[in-house]
Design a protein around this ligand. Structure first.
Ligand SMILES: Nc1ncnc2c1ncn2[C@@H]1O[C@H](COP(=O)(O)OP(=O)(O)OP(=O)(O)O)[C@@H](O)[C@H]1O
Ligand SMILES: [Mg+2]
Length: 268
């Protein structure tokens, strides 16, 4: 299984001034694989995914995505991937259909194929009856589902998702993973997903744990649990990094919100 490679990363490094956000990271992802990239806030997940998706230039190292060099063949990489950002990126004034139509224009999806594809994908995420509704009226989970459909519309060979389940309730998170697994079963697509919800990594074929810019563990979930003599991925993470993922879970932005609320006299 996964004999062919979709993603090859060698000694990938990204510095911001003096600070090294991603420090000589190497890994590969097999074709058709469901790959989980997990780590706490600030670990380097978004920085890595941004370099793989050609949005950020590496300081050093090599990246090949679908056989193309992510620095020298950016356009070819871009045409062959789908990307779902950590922060929502939908125009909430558009309807779901308009959102997808615009994307189809950008990616030159032929009009007759577009119609069939949109129906098929919206049906898979149970949004078909919402296609003519304005995105503003959608719940967080529905917006995420629409973003996933948009990411898959042009038949990418690799779908990158940066924290697709962040901020969603546990039930919706489970649904999103179920949809992703269904897509993977039905489409010829490799899925690269970042998360800091460790139990979610049980859905992945391989998991890389990143901490402070370095990969500290890699393997299938059963391999990792066996290697660290643990029964959960949370415990594997603690063993591999020496701390819990939630130690650093609150981003500085979230912390400042709490300070603001405290300052404003709200109870937490
Ligand atoms: N443009 C930038 N300039 C300076 N520092 C940056 C920049 N982008 C990221 N960093 C720093 O690099 C580190 C890694 O950030 P990154 O966003 O990749 O982490 P992450 O694992 O995605 O975290 P989160 O779970 O909060 O999304 C952080 O310390 C962050 O502050
Ligand atoms: Mg991030």
């Amino acid at each position: 299984m996964f004999l062919q490679r979709s993603i090859e990363v060698t000694n990938l490094t990204r510095r911001f001034g003096e600070f090294t956000a991603v420090d000589s990271v190497s890994f590969s992802v097999g074709k058709g694989e469901f790959f989980g990239f997990v780590g706490p806030n600030g670990a380097g997940k978004t920085t890595t995914i941004s370099m793989l998706a050609t949005l950020l230039t590496p300081t050093a190292g090599e990246i090949t995505v679908n056989g193309f060099d992510a620095v020298h063949e950016r356009d070819k990489v871009r045409a062959s991937i789908g990307l779902i950002f950590q922060d929502p990126s939908l125009d909430v004034e558009l309807t779901a259909w308009e959102t997808l139509f615009l994307h189809a224009i950008f990616y030159n999806v032929p009009r007759n194929l577009f119609r069939t594809r949109v129906h098929e994908l919206l049906r898979l995420v149970e949004l078909e009856q919402w296609k003519d509704k304005i995105v503003k009226s959608f719940s967080g989970g529905m917006k995420r589902r629409l973003e996933i459909v948009r990411g898959l519309l042009h038949h990418p060979k690799v779908l990158f998702l940066d924290e697709p389940t962040i901020g969603l309730d546990p039930q919706t998170r489970a649904l999103i993973w179920q949809y992703l697994k269904n897509f993977r079963a039905q489409e010829d697509v490799t899925i690269f997903v970042t998360t800091h919800y460790l139990p979610e990594t049980e859905h992945c074929d391989h998991v890389a744990i990143i901490d402070k810019g370095t990969i500290v563990a890699y393997g299938t979930p059963p391999e990792l649990k066996e290697r660290y003599h643990q029964s959960s991925m949370d415990a594997v993470f603690m063993e591999a990094t020496g701390h819990g993922v939630r130690d650093e879970e609150l981003s500085s932005e979230a912390q400042s919100r709490i300070h603001f609320k405290q300052g404003g006299g709200f109870r937490r």
